[in-house]
Write a protein that binds this ligand. Structure first.
Ligand code: UT7
Length: 337
């Protein structure tokens, strides 16, 4: 980066998370489905996932994560200009989950909208926040990934329901000046889409194509359908290519990268990306064993945990990457402030 001290940058200044208390283990899934704990852990790396209680929703989880992120960033809700909630499981089709958050947080001057880019949603939302800040349209933005996946997975489909979990992660993104080494920066972002593969990972029912009827319910069209091996291959290729391009745009050699926090979908996907990028184990973070795939929430939850565990520290340069339905894909290089 050739940024000087007066260059306006967008930096993450606080993170928050919310995870439901209820854990669903692989052993419990064994009792519910024709599966084995051993198969799940060997093929995915996931040991357990969190499941929202009846009163927990995408909005309530996002609210808790947002409050924590604002506290950590030492920012009052009244100073937030924009709220972007990345989710494929919004509170309602409309109004947006972001508008409910705006009111509940007391973010009196904030605009807000939901952003749907499936499991890559947090990276997409971060790219919007960065663009708003660099263009001078906003100073303080709340970016959230929140998902209640347990309400859209087909609990009769063993190839998908074992993968997903519920949770929320939030990041405060602020306009900062001065050296990136001190204040941090989202240095580069890369986004991509391949709509030709839309049917490989989809909830077919409930939209304008197949509005809810008794027939769509009978056909279980309101649940996730996935071609696992097609998604797997595209996720490996997509996230590694996006990381390479994001590093190039940030003028960063991969050998200088300190940490990679990829979407937590499957340990074998992350390991394959790691091999393609030639990264040693200690530069790759995984927490999917605890939470499974929380879709748009997975990257901010993983960033939070990595920071709590001392794996993500001030001054480090971290690559984040996401991949999901669409196929949507994204990566960013962040200098941690
Ligand atoms: O966030 C982005 C969204 N999703 C992903 O990134 C997920 C991407 N895909 C994957 O993670 C993997 O493809 C899966 C974990 C879903 C599946 O792993 P796989 O190694 O690709 O297995 P497979 O789909 O090739 O299936 C292998 C076998 C099949 O049996 P047959 O046809 O070989 O007899 C499946 O029926 O494993 C069977 N199988 C299971 N067996 C026990 C599928 N699910 C299960 C299960 N328990 N839960």
């Amino acid at each position: 980066m050739n940024a000087n001290n007066s260059t306006l940058r967008a930096a993450i200044t606080g993170l928050g998370v919310y995870l439901p208390e209820k854990r669903l283990t692989n052993q419990e899934l064994e009792q519910m489905l024709d599966t084995s704990a051993e198969w799940i852990v060997q093929r995915t790396g996931i040991c357990e996932r969190r499941i929202a209680a009846p009163k927990e929703t995408t909005f309530t989880m996002a609210l808790e994560a947002s409050r924590q992120a604002l506290t950590v960033a030492n920012l009052s809700a009244a100073k937030v200009d924009l709220i972007i909630c990345a989710t494929l499981t919004p509170e309602h089709p409309f109004p947006s989950t972001a508008s409910l958050l705006q009111h509940a947080l007391g973010a009196t001057r904030a605009a807000g909208f939901d952003l749907e880019a499936a499991c890559a949603g947090f990276i997409y939302a971060l790219s919007v926040a960065r663009a708003y800040i660099i263009s001078g349209m906003a100073e303080n933005i709340l970016v959230i990934g929140s998902e209640t996946m347990s309400r859209v997975v087909d609990w009769e489909d063993r190839s998908t329901c074992i993968l997903f979990g519920d949770g929320a992660g939030a990041a405060v993104v602020r306009a900062v000046r001065g050296p990136a080494e001190v204040g941090g920066a989202i240095e580069s972002v890369v986004l991509a889409n391949d709509g030709s593969k839309a049917s490989a990972l989809i909830i077919p029912g409930g939209g304008s194509h197949s509005p809810t009827t008794e027939e769509t319910v009978r056909q279980r069209l309101h649940f996730i359908q996935m071609n696992g091996s097609e998604v797997f291959k595209a996720a490996v290729r997509g996230m590694s290519d996006a990381c390479l391009l994001a590093a190039e745009r940030a003028d960063l050699k991969l050998s200088e990268l300190d940490l990679m926090v990829a979407h937590q979908a499957n340990a074998r996907i992350i390991e394959a990306v790691q091999r393609r990028l030639g990264l040693p184990d200690y530069k790759v973070y995984q927490n999917l064993q605890r939470y499974g795939n929380t879709s748009a929430a997975s990257v901010p939850i993983a960033l939070y945990d990595a920071q709590q565990e001392g794996r993500l520290r001030s001054g480090m340069r971290v690559a984040i990457a996401g991949f999901g339905g669409g196929f949507s894909c994204g990566a960013a290089i962040i200098r941690w402030g």
